[in-house]
Design a protein around this ligand. Sequence first.
Ligand SMILES: Nc1ncnc2c1ncn2[C@@H]1O[C@H](COP(=O)(O)OP(=O)(O)OP(=O)(O)O)[C@@H](O)[C@H]1O
Ligand SMILES: [Mg+2]
Length: 483
Amino acid sequence: MSRIATVLVADDDRGIRTVLDHALARQGHAVRSTGNAATLWRWVSDGEGDVAIIDVLMPDGNGLDLLPRIKKLRPELPVIVMSAQNTLLTAIRATERGAYDYLPKPFDLQELGALVARALAAPRDPAARPEPAGEESERLPLIGRSPAMQEIYRVLARLMQTDLTVMITGESGTGKELAARALHDYGKRRNGPFVAVNMAAIPRELIESELFGHEKGSFTGAHMRVTGRFEQAEGGTLFLDEIGDMPPEAQTRLLRVLQQGEYTSVGGRTPVRTDVRIIAATNRDLRQWIDRGQFREDLYYRLNVVPIRLPPLRERAEDIPDLARHFLAQATREGLPAKSFDPQAFERLQRHRWPGNVRELENLVRRLAALYAQETIGAEVIEVELADLRSAETPRRADDDNLGQAVEFHLKRYFAAHGDRLPPPGLYDRVLAEVERPLILAALAATRGNQLRAAELLGLNRNTLRKRIETLRIEVSRGARSD
Ligand SMILES: Nc1ncnc2c1ncn2[C@@H]1O[C@H](COP(=O)(O)OP(=O)(O)OP(=O)(O)O)[C@@H](O)[C@H]1O
Ligand SMILES: [Mg+2]
């Protein structure tokens, strides 16, 4: 820079002023500092300064209140707001009122220096500054205007100018990944990489290496040094999907990154500083996992700085027509014939419960666009598709099916719950007991506890029934209709 830049500083703490004076002078800047808002305002109105650093609390005024006046008079002047009130609200207010950036106290002098340098290098054209939140959210790739979604947009817009760690929760298919991308694409890191890692998709023993990289020879098969996702996401955003599936050791490492801003690779010794914004997502209740000792509570609080809960689609049925139209238009753009829904179709879609949320709706609309010839889609077509869906895709509920299917369904789930291992031995008796018990109970209830008649109904010998009742520890009370 040919001209020496002037930094204006307003903070009523003399100690901080001295430190800043020195640090900024060492960077080659001229510094003018004051302990009150009035003097700063005079300098600004006189056209002085190339960047201003102001504290929120000053004896004669609030830096945040000064901010809009400064931005009105000198929109091109970058203002960095410092505050010891480390609340999200301060950050949000500062951003809303046009602060170039917000720096919670105590801050790292180096960080401040870098910030000042960036502010000075930033384009002076006020039009190049990020747009205010309102217009920004218009362009969000998230569809839906329900109050629930508007609230989400408001939070997202505010978070875009921050590096705060965000935890997005919501049922499967509610748009967690989409929201994370929006935060990145429209935020201040948009020019950096967006790296998504799904904890559930990576073998547990490889997660640490995947995230933090590993050194050559750090474990069997580690033939060369490999960079991790943290390194790939440097300067951008790292999206940690299905965070609940992170194994304990990886959790410990991640916690360290969040606490210290640095990590070591697997098998590495030297800590690496990192500049990555973390967004985590999960569709489970992590608090339950904490109670069961499967997720670190301290990590949870570190990640949960700003929680965002995406509401299930059934809680915002008013968004369904917009979403359905959006997905139809998308299908048309991809070359499928243009179609539309009639009002009854929308009405039918709004009555569905959407266990798979927006993803389920998206798939349904795509199927309709591809499979049906008619231009206008009515309720009957939707009805047919939803019925198909129930029998083919959604896991069967026992009460919808015949007994054999219900048992089959439960057995599949039972085996799946054991993963690669087998369930404990004695399965035959356990399963038969599961069927036998309700059967005998039902027979006894229907015969008001009359074992003779129950035996007859079941087609069992009376003594056999008595033995089974004993074995299964069924309590019989005469005259009762149920247990
Ligand atoms: N508000 C929305 N507007 C437009 N499309 C959406 C919206 N929400 C979700 N979608 C679409 O629905 C699909 C599912 O979204 P996404 O993958 O973000 O969900 P998710 O919450 O991450 O789901 P899972 O928990 O299963 O990973 C995507 O194709 C996404 O584009
Ligand atoms: Mg997802």
